[in-house]
Write a protein that binds this ligand. Structure first.
Ligand SMILES: NC(=O)C1=CN([C@@H]2O[C@H](COP(=O)(O)OP(=O)(O)OC[C@H]3O[C@@H](n4cnc5c(N)ncnc54)[C@H](OP(=O)(O)O)[C@@H]3O)[C@@H](O)[C@H]2O)C=CC1
Ligand SMILES: CC(=O)C(=O)O
Ligand SMILES: [Mg+2]
Length: 751
């Protein structure tokens, strides 16, 4: 697996841009008119207030309570970094909140409480109860976390769940079920050593014991070594419950002959010698974050037979509570649960373990960049597995209903599973799939505008994300200076800087260009100027000669200018069938619009070509194309000279025998809205269109920019399609991330 390298600067920039932090709040109701205001606020709001006061259960209907979880910490055990204080924990808590949203569509807000006093903490959380459907406690150190959770559970009527305890325990149990399955060992027989007797450690051991692990077979260690019966130093009642009668005193001694090591302690707590001393087929879950007790490389170096997992995303087998808390809460919220009980946790662990043993669908393999099959390097589902959202919450909800935790049981489980499937944003998986394909392609990407800091940052990201090799066209001293100014001084040696002065191919490039342009009014002097001084042309020449696999340009000059320069080297104009397609991503929907780049005023034949090219892009993105030729009229009414070509384009596609759905002409609402479509039952579209072919470039540009500015849609493109080699043209307002996206598209050869 390619390890993704990130620098401290990148981590800070990620948190700083586009706005400080990781999320914001959006209204789900219209707030534009006087009427909206009267309904959302005074006087309309009085009606649900009175209804809730009369019947508190209706809060789940009239407020966001039922899908809102608080992530609450006091920052006393932030990951494995120790006590960083309430404010110091905020980035982790914001992170948990966005994970809730991303993976299970649970709205979540982080709350950092500035107290280490359990009484004050409980009092604050308890008072917040009415606001939330659930409370996720996070990164509170032991033993206070046990006292806090216990008390809040008793005093609150919504699920209170300490993620570091139970989230971790559930995932650890799921992973262990499968690791033991692979090694043929039984939980009743294995010798388990657990390092870290805190929140995570105590909960892990408790859950494993409830699943059959034998007390005498489990040795728990902390900073003072083995927790044995009679030990007095650094003890508390929760540790005492796991003390065993033993002569062992150190972790080193305990590891001799152990079958399983579970680490929820600190970086580097395990040595290679300890791993050497373990029993055959040892299971090692080094779960400390961000750095594990021992790295998989170190463990495998001395024990190739080990099954190793960590808490990190950049190694196989990620045993991290991110696989649990989003889905546990999703299931609990959907039954308006009073609590998340042990049965719900065990159901979650078993469902996760089962899922990992099943056949992995292609889309997961695509997102992960390799085929995953149940085995030593795949004992637990990956966080990006799209099946998690519709497989885990139903298991949790069912267990909650069976054990009396549900306030509002789910009647139709099948419908519930379907609703879970449609909750998640399909655009995310498309973007992820493209990234994975790019990573597999390992393309040498030419970034033509090495004098622009955004381009340089994109090139560095491209290379450091393991997408391939970045070739930057620019002057060495200039690139170096700009990288240093961007805080990326260490990237200077990583990028390959290319220019007319340091290439050995300039003469070949000039000959090629001369042959293409000598009858278009360009003399030798013009050719030299273009090849040696114009970076768009130089970069295109590199690409044409195979000195790179793809090209990104257009961040510093208008796209029309960049395209005109590229046309000197490639047949990238309308007459050769080149087309620009822009993807709009908004509210979980993807719509492609064309032509946004090449054809100024396409005729019916050109419109058919645009549809074909767009269909090609859609299929590359994993979408089944449905094309609508859009205008201001529907199927010939009102008649207009301007709409006529849109009316004729479908017939052209029919003649060409197009193998995708297309229809027109129609208005945009009929194209995109199923209900509006129902008025035209003869239409050949079987659902809302995902490709809009518009009458001209101005209407394309207006539509895209309107969606971007008014609706906040994500825009990818224009994607240049129909040229021999992958070339993508960014725009002058592109961010470094947009430019990186263009490089990914070029790398996937979408175009
Ligand atoms: N992968 C995952 O999903 C999760 C991983 N974790 C990781 O687990 C670790 C502990 O978290 P948490 O339980 O919340 O923290 P706590 O502060 O509650 O507990 C930490 C425990 O680890 C022990 N410890 C610390 N350093 C060492 C060491 N070098 N050797 C032996 N024991 C040690 C402490 O011992 P003592 O009692 O003597 O002070 C204490 O018992 C962190 O690294 C965290 O990132 C936590 C939750 C989820
Ligand atoms: C993953 C997690 O919650 C932790 O390391 O604390
Ligand atoms: Mg945590």
């Amino acid at each position: 697996m390619t390890r993704i390298r990130i620098t401290d600067e990148e981590a800070l920039a990620f948190h700083l841009e586009p706005t400080p932090g990781k999320f914001e709040i959006r209204a789900t109701v219209p707030m534009t008119t006087q009427r909206d205001l009267s309904l959302a606020y005074s006087p309309g709001v009085a009606v649900p207030c009175k209804a809730i006061a009369k019947d508190p259960e209706t809060a789940y209907d009239y407020t966001n309570k039922g899908n809102l979880v608080a992530v609450i910490s006091n920052g006393t055990a932030v990951l494995g970094l120790g006590n960083l204080g309430a404010l110091g924990s905020k980035p982790v808590m914001e992170g948990k909140a966005v994970l809730f949203k991303r993976f299970a569509d649970v709205n979540s807000i982080d709350i950092e409480l500035d107290t280490e006093d359990p009484d004050a903490f409980c009092q604050a959380v308890k008072l917040m109860g009415p606001t939330f459907g659930g409370i996720n406690l996070e990164d509170i150190k032991a033993p206070e976390c046990f006292i806090i959770e216990q008390r809040l559970k008793e005093e609150m009527d919504i699920p209170v769940f300490h993620d570091d305890q139970h989230g971790t325990a559930v995932i650890c149990a799921a992973g262990l079920i499968n690791a033991l399955h692979l090694t043929g060992k039984k939980i009743e027989d294995v010798r388990i050593v657990l390092n870290g007797a805190g929140a995570a450690g105590i909960a892990c051991l408790e859950l494993l014991k409830s699943m059959g692990a034998r007390h005498d077979n489990c040795i728990m260690c902390d900073t003072k070594g083995v927790i044995y019966q009679g030990r007095t130093e650094g003890m508390n009642q929760w540790k005492s419950a796991h003390a065993v009668k033993t002569e062992l005193r150190t972790l080193e001694e305990a590891m001799k002959g152990a079958d399983v090591f579970l680490g929820v302690s600190a970086k580097g707590a395990v040595t290679q010698q300890m791993v050497i001393d373990m029993a055959p087929d040892p299971v090692i879950f080094a779960m400390a974050n961000p750095d594990p007790e021992i790295t998989p490389e170190q463990a495998h170096e001395v024990r190739p037979d080990a099954i190793v997992a960590t808490g990190r995303s950049d190694y196989p087998n990620q045993v991290n509570n991110v696989l649990g808390f989003p889905y546990l809460f999703r299931g609990a919220l959907d039954i308006h649960a009073r609590a998340i009980n042990d049965e719900m946790k065990i159901a979650c662990a078993q469902a996760l373990a089962r899922l990992a043993r099943e056949d992995v669908p292609d889309e997961v393999a695509l997102a992960y960049g390799k085929n995953l099959t149940f085995g030593r390097d795949y004992i637990i589902p990956t966080p990006f597995d799209p099946r998690l959202i519709h497989r885990i919450p139903p298991a949790v909800a069912r267990a909650g209903m069976d054990t009396g935790a549900a306030r509002r049981p789910i009647i139709d489980m099948e419908a519930y599973e379907l609703s879970l499937k449609s909750r998640m944003d399909p655009t995310a998986s498309i973007l992820r799939g493209l990234n994975t394909r790019a990573r597999a392609a390992q393309a040498r990407m030419i970034f033509a505008e090495g004098d622009d800091p955004r381009v340089l940052r994109a090139a560095v990201m491209y290379q450091r994300s393991g997408l391939g090799h970045a070739l930057v066209v620019g002057r060495e001293d200039d690139v170096k200076r700009k990288l240093e100014a961007a805080g990326l001084a260490d990237a200077v040696g990583e990028l390959e800087i290319v220019n007319a002065a340091n290439t050995s191919h300039l003469a070949t490039y000039k000959d090629f260009l001369y042959n293409r342009l000598n009858r278009k009014g360009f003399d030798a002097q013009d050719i030299h100027r273009l090849a040696a001084r114009d970076r768009h042309v130089f970069a295109a020449l590199m690409l044409a000669h195979g000195h790179g696999d793809g090209l990104v340009t257009g961040a510093t000059r208008k796209s029309a200018h960049a395209l005109e320069r590229i046309c000197h080297v490639f047949d990238a104009d309308a007459s050769h069938g080149a087309v620009g397609i822009t993807a709009l991503l908004h509210k979980g929907r993807i719509v492609l619009i064309g032509d946004t780049l090449v054809h100024e005023w396409p005729e019916a034949e050109d419109l058919a070509t645009i549809a074909e090219r767009a269909a090609q892009v859609a299929r590359h993105m994993g979408l089944e194309p449905r094309v609508a030729f859009v205008s201001f009229s529907n199927f010939g009414y009102p008649m207009s000279e301007r709409a006529e070509k849109m009316h004729r384009a479908p017939a052209v596609l029919e003649q060409r025998g197009a193998d995708f759905e297309y229809e027109g002409e129609m208005t945009v609402d009929v194209a995109l809205n199923e209900k509006a479509q129902a008025s035209y039952p003869f239409s050949r579209l079987t659902g809302p269109a995902n490709i809009l072919v518009v009458p001209a470039r101005h209407s394309a540009s207006i539509s895209v920019k309107l969606m971007q500015e008014m609706a906040g849609a994500t825009v990818i493109g224009p994607i240049l399609v129909g040229v021999d080699k992958p070339i993508q043209i960014a725009s002058t307002v592109s961010t470094a991330n947009d430019i990186l996206n263009m490089a990914v598209l070029a790398s996937c050869k979408i175009g």
